[in-house]
Write a protein that binds this ligand. Structure first.
Ligand code: N2P
Length: 376
Protein backbone atom coordinates (compact mmCIF):
# COMPACT_ATOMS: atom_id res chain seq x y z
CA UNK A 1 0.00 0.00 0.00
CA UNK A 2 2.76 2.39 1.01
CA UNK A 3 4.71 1.48 -2.10
CA UNK A 4 1.66 2.10 -4.23
CA UNK A 5 1.21 5.48 -2.55
CA UNK A 6 4.82 6.37 -3.14
CA UNK A 7 4.64 5.36 -6.77
CA UNK A 8 1.52 7.45 -7.25
CA UNK A 9 3.28 10.33 -5.54
CA UNK A 10 6.25 10.08 -7.89
CA UNK A 11 4.05 10.12 -10.93
CA UNK A 12 2.19 13.22 -9.94
CA UNK A 13 5.26 15.09 -8.78
CA UNK A 14 6.85 14.44 -12.16
CA UNK A 15 3.79 15.74 -13.88
CA UNK A 16 3.90 18.87 -11.77
CA UNK A 17 7.57 19.46 -12.50
CA UNK A 18 7.10 19.22 -16.21
CA UNK A 19 3.90 21.24 -16.35
CA UNK A 20 5.22 23.62 -18.94
CA UNK A 21 2.56 23.15 -21.58
CA UNK A 22 1.44 26.52 -22.92
CA UNK A 23 -2.11 25.96 -21.73
CA UNK A 24 -1.03 25.17 -18.15
CA UNK A 25 -2.39 27.63 -15.58
CA UNK A 26 0.29 30.17 -14.67
CA UNK A 27 -0.30 29.54 -10.97
CA UNK A 28 0.83 25.95 -11.43
CA UNK A 29 3.96 26.73 -13.40
CA UNK A 30 5.28 29.63 -11.35
CA UNK A 31 8.47 28.59 -9.59
CA UNK A 32 7.55 30.39 -6.39
CA UNK A 33 6.34 29.46 -2.94
CA UNK A 34 5.06 31.67 -0.12
CA UNK A 35 5.68 30.29 3.35
CA UNK A 36 4.53 31.77 6.66
CA UNK A 37 6.28 30.17 9.63
CA UNK A 38 7.19 31.00 13.22
CA UNK A 39 10.32 33.09 13.73
CA UNK A 40 13.53 31.26 14.74
CA UNK A 41 12.00 28.01 13.55
CA UNK A 42 14.12 26.76 10.62
CA UNK A 43 17.79 26.02 9.95
CA UNK A 44 19.93 28.62 8.21
CA UNK A 45 20.31 26.53 5.05
CA UNK A 46 16.88 24.85 4.79
CA UNK A 47 15.39 27.34 2.35
CA UNK A 48 18.58 27.99 0.40
CA UNK A 49 19.12 24.26 -0.19
CA UNK A 50 15.51 23.83 -1.30
CA UNK A 51 15.75 26.74 -3.74
CA UNK A 52 19.01 25.43 -5.16
CA UNK A 53 17.65 21.95 -5.65
CA UNK A 54 14.23 22.81 -7.06
CA UNK A 55 14.62 26.23 -8.61
CA UNK A 56 11.55 27.28 -6.61
CA UNK A 57 11.99 30.75 -5.12
CA UNK A 58 10.65 30.92 -1.57
CA UNK A 59 9.26 34.03 0.03
CA UNK A 60 9.61 33.24 3.69
CA UNK A 61 7.73 35.42 6.19
CA UNK A 62 7.58 34.94 9.93
CA UNK A 63 5.15 35.47 12.81
CA UNK A 64 5.39 34.79 16.52
CA UNK A 65 1.77 34.36 17.51
CA UNK A 66 -1.04 31.96 16.69
CA UNK A 67 -3.47 34.82 17.12
CA UNK A 68 -1.80 36.84 14.34
CA UNK A 69 -1.77 33.87 11.98
CA UNK A 70 -5.38 33.06 12.79
CA UNK A 71 -6.55 36.59 12.04
CA UNK A 72 -4.98 36.31 8.56
CA UNK A 73 -6.46 32.86 7.91
CA UNK A 74 -9.93 33.84 9.02
CA UNK A 75 -9.87 36.98 6.89
CA UNK A 76 -9.00 34.84 3.83
CA UNK A 77 -6.59 35.80 1.05
CA UNK A 78 -3.55 35.08 3.14
CA UNK A 79 -1.24 35.12 0.14
CA UNK A 80 0.51 32.07 1.59
CA UNK A 81 0.90 28.52 0.27
CA UNK A 82 1.96 27.00 3.56
CA UNK A 83 1.34 28.07 7.16
CA UNK A 84 2.18 26.59 10.58
CA UNK A 85 -0.55 26.99 13.24
CA UNK A 86 -0.41 25.10 16.53
CA UNK A 87 -2.68 22.07 16.64
CA UNK A 88 -5.46 23.50 18.80
CA UNK A 89 -5.71 26.63 16.68
CA UNK A 90 -5.56 24.52 13.53
CA UNK A 91 -8.46 22.45 14.78
CA UNK A 92 -10.67 25.52 15.03
CA UNK A 93 -9.42 26.76 11.66
CA UNK A 94 -10.27 23.42 10.02
CA UNK A 95 -13.82 23.85 11.25
CA UNK A 96 -13.85 27.27 9.61
CA UNK A 97 -12.84 25.59 6.34
CA UNK A 98 -9.63 27.54 5.72
CA UNK A 99 -7.38 24.63 4.67
CA UNK A 100 -7.17 22.27 1.72
CA UNK A 101 -7.30 18.54 2.47
CA UNK A 102 -3.89 17.01 1.79
CA UNK A 103 -3.34 14.46 -0.97
CA UNK A 104 -0.89 12.24 0.90
CA UNK A 105 -0.13 10.22 -2.23
CA UNK A 106 1.93 13.25 -3.27
CA UNK A 107 4.14 12.95 -0.21
CA UNK A 108 6.70 10.21 -0.65
CA UNK A 109 8.22 10.83 2.78
CA UNK A 110 4.96 10.63 4.71
CA UNK A 111 5.96 7.21 6.07
CA UNK A 112 8.79 8.87 8.05
CA UNK A 113 6.27 10.25 10.53
CA UNK A 114 5.75 8.34 13.78
CA UNK A 115 2.34 6.57 13.57
CA UNK A 116 1.76 6.87 17.33
CA UNK A 117 2.20 10.61 17.04
CA UNK A 118 -0.09 10.80 14.04
CA UNK A 119 -2.81 8.96 15.98
CA UNK A 120 -2.50 11.54 18.76
CA UNK A 121 -2.69 14.45 16.33
CA UNK A 122 -5.71 12.89 14.61
CA UNK A 123 -7.73 13.78 17.71
CA UNK A 124 -7.67 17.38 16.47
CA UNK A 125 -7.38 16.76 12.73
CA UNK A 126 -9.46 13.71 11.87
CA UNK A 127 -7.43 11.16 9.90
CA UNK A 128 -4.65 13.76 9.70
CA UNK A 129 -6.54 15.11 6.72
CA UNK A 130 -5.33 18.72 6.71
CA UNK A 131 -1.96 18.85 8.40
CA UNK A 132 1.50 17.43 8.90
CA UNK A 133 3.44 17.84 12.13
CA UNK A 134 6.43 20.19 11.93
CA UNK A 135 7.94 20.55 15.42
CA UNK A 136 6.67 20.32 18.98
CA UNK A 137 7.73 21.68 22.32
CA UNK A 138 6.69 22.96 25.71
CA UNK A 139 5.99 26.31 27.35
CA UNK A 140 8.13 26.73 30.46
CA UNK A 141 10.68 29.01 32.09
CA UNK A 142 14.04 30.18 30.80
CA UNK A 143 16.31 31.83 33.33
CA UNK A 144 19.74 33.28 33.86
CA UNK A 145 21.24 30.98 36.47
CA UNK A 146 23.55 33.55 38.05
CA UNK A 147 21.13 36.47 38.17
CA UNK A 148 18.26 34.43 39.56
CA UNK A 149 20.55 33.18 42.30
CA UNK A 150 21.62 36.76 43.04
CA UNK A 151 18.01 37.94 43.25
CA UNK A 152 16.46 35.03 45.13
CA UNK A 153 19.34 33.21 46.78
CA UNK A 154 20.52 29.63 46.54
CA UNK A 155 17.04 28.31 47.28
CA UNK A 156 15.36 30.04 44.35
CA UNK A 157 12.48 27.75 43.28
CA UNK A 158 13.82 27.24 39.77
CA UNK A 159 11.94 23.97 39.31
CA UNK A 160 8.54 25.54 39.91
CA UNK A 161 6.11 28.05 38.45
CA UNK A 162 6.47 29.72 41.86
CA UNK A 163 9.60 31.35 40.44
CA UNK A 164 7.52 33.58 38.19
CA UNK A 165 3.97 33.24 39.52
CA UNK A 166 4.56 34.17 43.16
CA UNK A 167 4.37 37.97 43.24
CA UNK A 168 7.11 38.37 45.86
CA UNK A 169 9.52 36.28 43.77
CA UNK A 170 8.75 38.13 40.56
CA UNK A 171 9.13 41.47 42.34
CA UNK A 172 12.71 40.47 43.19
CA UNK A 173 13.40 39.46 39.59
CA UNK A 174 11.92 42.64 38.15
CA UNK A 175 15.24 44.45 38.49
CA UNK A 176 17.02 42.06 36.11
CA UNK A 177 14.18 41.89 33.56
CA UNK A 178 11.15 39.64 33.11
CA UNK A 179 9.49 38.61 29.83
CA UNK A 180 6.22 36.72 29.31
CA UNK A 181 4.96 35.33 26.01
CA UNK A 182 2.42 37.63 24.41
CA UNK A 183 -0.34 35.05 24.15
CA UNK A 184 -3.18 34.43 26.58
CA UNK A 185 -3.71 30.91 25.22
CA UNK A 186 -0.40 29.67 26.62
CA UNK A 187 -0.12 31.79 29.75
CA UNK A 188 -3.57 31.48 31.35
CA UNK A 189 -3.55 27.61 31.38
CA UNK A 190 -0.25 27.18 33.27
CA UNK A 191 -1.26 29.89 35.75
CA UNK A 192 -4.48 27.93 36.40
CA UNK A 193 -2.49 24.72 36.77
CA UNK A 194 -0.19 26.40 39.31
CA UNK A 195 -3.22 27.68 41.23
CA UNK A 196 -4.54 24.12 41.43
CA UNK A 197 -7.31 24.68 38.88
CA UNK A 198 -8.13 22.84 35.66
CA UNK A 199 -5.73 24.47 33.16
CA UNK A 200 -8.20 24.27 30.29
CA UNK A 201 -11.21 25.52 32.21
CA UNK A 202 -13.82 27.46 30.21
CA UNK A 203 -15.44 28.70 33.40
CA UNK A 204 -15.31 32.49 33.60
CA UNK A 205 -14.88 32.54 37.36
CA UNK A 206 -11.98 30.08 37.18
CA UNK A 207 -10.31 32.00 34.32
CA UNK A 208 -10.70 35.15 36.43
CA UNK A 209 -8.43 33.59 39.08
CA UNK A 210 -5.57 33.41 36.58
CA UNK A 211 -6.30 36.94 35.42
CA UNK A 212 -6.24 38.22 39.01
CA UNK A 213 -2.88 36.55 39.59
CA UNK A 214 -1.46 37.99 36.36
CA UNK A 215 -2.76 41.44 37.29
CA UNK A 216 -0.93 41.15 40.58
CA UNK A 217 2.25 40.11 38.77
CA UNK A 218 1.91 42.77 36.05
CA UNK A 219 4.02 45.50 37.71
CA UNK A 220 6.98 43.10 37.74
CA UNK A 221 6.67 42.04 34.08
CA UNK A 222 9.05 44.06 31.91
CA UNK A 223 7.34 43.14 28.65
CA UNK A 224 5.07 40.73 26.80
CA UNK A 225 6.63 39.52 23.55
CA UNK A 226 7.00 36.14 21.89
CA UNK A 227 10.40 36.30 20.18
CA UNK A 228 12.43 39.18 21.59
CA UNK A 229 13.29 37.19 24.71
CA UNK A 230 15.73 34.91 22.85
CA UNK A 231 18.33 37.62 22.32
CA UNK A 232 17.49 39.41 25.56
CA UNK A 233 18.15 36.27 27.61
CA UNK A 234 21.34 35.55 25.66
CA UNK A 235 22.63 39.10 26.18
CA UNK A 236 21.72 39.24 29.85
CA UNK A 237 19.15 42.02 29.23
CA UNK A 238 16.46 39.98 30.98
CA UNK A 239 16.94 37.26 33.57
CA UNK A 240 13.74 35.27 33.23
CA UNK A 241 11.27 34.47 30.45
CA UNK A 242 8.11 32.43 30.27
CA UNK A 243 8.72 31.09 26.81
CA UNK A 244 9.10 28.16 24.46
CA UNK A 245 11.57 25.32 25.03
CA UNK A 246 13.62 25.49 21.84
CA UNK A 247 13.72 29.30 21.85
CA UNK A 248 15.27 29.28 25.30
CA UNK A 249 17.73 26.58 24.29
CA UNK A 250 18.61 28.77 21.29
CA UNK A 251 19.24 31.60 23.76
CA UNK A 252 21.57 29.24 25.63
CA UNK A 253 23.45 28.54 22.41
CA UNK A 254 23.64 32.23 21.46
CA UNK A 255 25.00 33.06 24.92
CA UNK A 256 27.62 30.33 24.58
CA UNK A 257 28.65 31.67 21.13
CA UNK A 258 28.94 35.20 22.52
CA UNK A 259 31.09 33.91 25.38
CA UNK A 260 33.42 32.21 22.91
CA UNK A 261 33.68 35.36 20.82
CA UNK A 262 34.34 37.57 23.88
CA UNK A 263 36.35 35.51 26.37
CA UNK A 264 36.99 38.66 28.46
CA UNK A 265 33.30 39.30 29.15
CA UNK A 266 31.52 37.24 31.81
CA UNK A 267 29.44 34.53 30.12
CA UNK A 268 25.68 34.16 30.51
CA UNK A 269 24.37 30.76 31.60
CA UNK A 270 20.76 30.07 30.62
CA UNK A 271 18.63 27.15 31.75
CA UNK A 272 15.22 25.95 30.60
CA UNK A 273 12.89 24.17 32.98
CA UNK A 274 9.56 22.41 32.63
CA UNK A 275 8.12 23.33 36.04
CA UNK A 276 7.29 20.42 38.32
CA UNK A 277 3.59 21.42 38.46
CA UNK A 278 3.38 20.65 34.74
CA UNK A 279 3.36 22.74 31.57
CA UNK A 280 1.65 23.08 28.20
CA UNK A 281 2.93 20.97 25.34
CA UNK A 282 2.00 21.94 21.82
CA UNK A 283 2.42 20.76 18.24
CA UNK A 284 2.93 23.08 15.28
CA UNK A 285 1.33 21.84 12.08
CA UNK A 286 2.00 22.48 8.40
CA UNK A 287 -1.12 23.17 6.37
CA UNK A 288 -2.06 24.60 2.97
CA UNK A 289 -4.55 27.51 3.07
CA UNK A 290 -7.48 27.38 0.70
CA UNK A 291 -6.30 30.45 -1.18
CA UNK A 292 -2.84 28.95 -1.92
CA UNK A 293 -1.68 29.81 -5.45
CA UNK A 294 1.28 27.43 -5.65
CA UNK A 295 -0.10 24.17 -4.42
CA UNK A 296 2.25 21.88 -6.34
CA UNK A 297 5.24 23.71 -4.91
CA UNK A 298 3.75 23.49 -1.42
CA UNK A 299 3.69 19.70 -1.81
CA UNK A 300 7.29 19.63 -3.02
CA UNK A 301 8.32 21.68 0.03
CA UNK A 302 6.27 19.57 2.45
CA UNK A 303 7.91 16.42 1.13
CA UNK A 304 11.34 18.06 1.37
CA UNK A 305 10.72 18.99 5.02
CA UNK A 306 9.86 15.36 5.80
CA UNK A 307 13.23 14.10 4.52
CA UNK A 308 15.14 12.75 7.53
CA UNK A 309 18.28 14.82 6.88
CA UNK A 310 16.32 18.03 6.32
CA UNK A 311 14.21 17.61 9.48
CA UNK A 312 17.25 16.59 11.55
CA UNK A 313 19.11 19.67 10.28
CA UNK A 314 16.22 21.87 11.40
CA UNK A 315 16.02 20.21 14.81
CA UNK A 316 19.75 20.52 15.37
CA UNK A 317 19.53 24.23 14.65
CA UNK A 318 16.32 25.26 16.44
CA UNK A 319 16.38 22.73 19.31
CA UNK A 320 12.80 21.47 19.03
CA UNK A 321 11.49 17.92 18.86
CA UNK A 322 9.84 16.49 15.75
CA UNK A 323 7.48 13.64 14.95
CA UNK A 324 9.78 12.39 12.19
CA UNK A 325 11.07 9.05 13.42
CA UNK A 326 13.39 8.57 10.45
CA UNK A 327 15.19 11.81 11.39
CA UNK A 328 16.05 10.67 14.91
CA UNK A 329 19.34 8.89 14.06
CA UNK A 330 20.59 12.16 12.50
CA UNK A 331 19.58 14.42 15.38
CA UNK A 332 22.52 15.50 17.58
CA UNK A 333 22.88 13.46 20.75
CA UNK A 334 22.90 16.68 22.79
CA UNK A 335 19.40 17.50 21.47
CA UNK A 336 18.07 13.99 22.08
CA UNK A 337 19.50 13.99 25.62
CA UNK A 338 18.26 17.46 26.56
CA UNK A 339 15.24 17.02 28.88
CA UNK A 340 14.10 20.51 27.88
CA UNK A 341 13.63 19.26 24.30
CA UNK A 342 12.70 15.62 24.79
CA UNK A 343 11.13 15.63 28.28
CA UNK A 344 11.86 12.80 30.72
CA UNK A 345 9.13 10.24 31.44
CA UNK A 346 8.62 11.96 34.79
CA UNK A 347 8.23 15.42 33.22
CA UNK A 348 5.91 14.01 30.56
CA UNK A 349 3.41 13.07 33.26
CA UNK A 350 2.91 16.74 34.06
CA UNK A 351 2.55 17.96 30.47
CA UNK A 352 -0.87 18.89 29.25
CA UNK A 353 -2.21 19.80 25.83
CA UNK A 354 -4.26 22.95 25.35
CA UNK A 355 -7.97 22.94 24.65
CA UNK A 356 -9.57 24.18 21.45
CA UNK A 357 -11.15 27.38 22.76
CA UNK A 358 -14.78 28.04 21.86
CA UNK A 359 -15.19 31.51 20.31
CA UNK A 360 -16.66 33.07 23.46
CA UNK A 361 -13.75 31.86 25.62
CA UNK A 362 -11.32 33.01 22.97
CA UNK A 363 -12.89 36.49 23.05
CA UNK A 364 -12.79 36.49 26.85
CA UNK A 365 -9.06 35.63 26.78
CA UNK A 366 -8.39 38.42 24.29
CA UNK A 367 -10.31 40.99 26.35
CA UNK A 368 -8.49 40.04 29.52
CA UNK A 369 -5.17 40.11 27.72
CA UNK A 370 -5.69 43.59 26.31
CA UNK A 371 -6.63 44.87 29.73
CA UNK A 372 -3.65 43.19 31.32
CA UNK A 373 -1.20 44.62 28.82
CA UNK A 374 -2.59 48.12 28.54
CA UNK A 375 -4.15 48.42 31.96
CA UNK A 376 -7.48 49.45 30.35
C1 N2P B 1 9.61 29.42 17.53
C2 N2P B 1 8.33 29.45 18.25
C3 N2P B 1 7.89 28.13 18.68
C4 N2P B 1 6.51 27.89 18.30
N1 N2P B 1 10.25 30.64 17.71
C5 N2P B 1 5.54 27.96 19.37
N2 N2P B 1 4.39 27.26 19.00
Amino acid sequence: MLLAMMAAGCGREDAADTATAPDAAPAETAKVLNVYNWSDYIAEDTIANFEKETGIKVTYDVFDSNEVLEAKLMAGNTGYDLVVPSLTFLSRQIQAGVFLPLDKSRLQNYGNLDPAFMALLAQNDTDNTHSIPYLWGTTGIGYNVEKVKEALGEDAPTDSWALVLEPENLAKLKGCGVAFLDTPSEIIPPVLRYLGEEPNSFDEAVIQKAVDRLTELRPSITYFHSSQYINDLANGDICVAVGWSGDIIQAQARAAEAAEANPDKPGVEISYVIPKEGAPMWFDMLAIPKDAQNIDNAYVFLDYLMRPEVMAGIQNYVAYASANQAALPMVDQAILDDPGIYPTEEAKKGLFTLAVLPPEVDRLFTRHWTTLKTGQ
